[in-house]
Design a protein around this ligand. Structure first.
Ligand code: SF4
Ligand code: SF4
Length: 277
């Protein structure tokens, strides 16, 4: 039985795809985005033990196998996340597919499907494939929220089980993408084309950070890319500093004078559904 590294599970979410969904956030990401809202999902815990001493409830212990977290003692104060300079969390659990579904069992009659997010869910593609298969066995839909860094052609079982993907196009420019994430955008863009062509792209997203990213260039490129697929939505997301660490912490939230022209551009380029959040 495969096991996955699970950062957290939200049994009811209205913001992780269509309808009411259970969202499963996995640990580990191959990007390191400067505006990441949940940087504690990026790396696996190194076992340094720093957070153990600072936990006010004694919920953490350091053992030979690494950090152990006692959820019964935890106050969910997030102090451990704030002190971790390694972009990790001591609260990551190793779970089987059955354990994940046991945790969302009470939500199942009321949800449309599950969304697996991260971190980057395709890094644990075997585990995610099992989750998707089980979701379908319950008559639920299975969505992936992905950074697009793994070529979906190279993970055909997951791609087959997945109903749709939600994919970030963070920047259309390779150099800007590397500056923002630490990685090139080549595979991301190829994935957007491929998933749209096989009817498995639900939406693309771009986070708008004026003064830091050339958002106009990215929205122009990305909207032309998805325009031939009228069912694919474009979500334009205002940068918000919540959870962000580093130089962008003090950047402002862009107002409508920034967002509306970008929305107009996407509509003009032929995208049928554009949402600003
Ligand atoms: S979560 Fe971070 S601070 Fe805590 S033991 Fe792991 S790496 Fe160290
Ligand atoms: S959130 Fe972290 S620091 Fe706070 S009580 Fe739980 S384990 Fe301890």
């Amino acid at each position: 039985m495969l096991k996955g590294y699970v950062n957290r599970i939200i049994p009811f979410s209205f913001v992780d795809g269509p309808g009411n969904r259970s969202a499963v956030f996995l640990q580990g990401c191959d990007f390191s985005c400067k505006y990441c809202h949940n940087p504690e999902t990026i790396n696996m815990c190194s076992g340094c033990g720093r957070c153990v001493e600072l936990c006010p409830r004694g919920a953490l212990t350091l053992s030979k196998e690494g950090i152990k977290w006692n959820s019964g003692l935890c106050a969910f104060c997030d102090r451990c996340l704030k002190v971790c300079s390694y972009n990790s969390s001591p609260r990551v659990r190793t779970m089987t597919m059955e354990q994940v579904f046991e945790e969302i069992r009470e939500a199942l009659p009321f949800i449309e499907g599950i969304t697996v997010s991260g971190g980057e869910c395709t890094k644990q593609n075997g585990f995610v494939t099992e989750l998707f298969r089980e979701a379908h066995a319950f008559g639920k839909t299975a969505f992936a929220d992905t950074n697009g860094e793994t070529d979906f052609r190279s993970i055909p079982e997951l791609t087959k089980e997945m109903d749709k993907a939600m994919l970030d196009i963070k920047s259309s420019d390779a150099r800007e993408h590397i500056m923002l994430t630490g990685s090139s955008n080549e595979t991301v863009i190829e994935n957007a084309r491929y998933l749209a062509s096989i009817g498995k792209l639900y939406e693309i997203r771009t986070v708008v950070v004026p003064g830091f990213l050339d958002n106009f260039r990215t929205v122009d490129f990305a909207s032309r890319l998805i325009a031939p697929y009228p069912e694919v939505r474009y979500k334009l997301i205002r940068f918000r500093k919540w959870g962000v660490r580093g130089p962008l912490e003090e950047f402002p939230v862009p107002d409508d004078s920034v967002m509306e022209p970008l929305k107009e551009l996407a509509l003009k380029n032929g995208v049928k559904i554009v949402e600003v959040i």
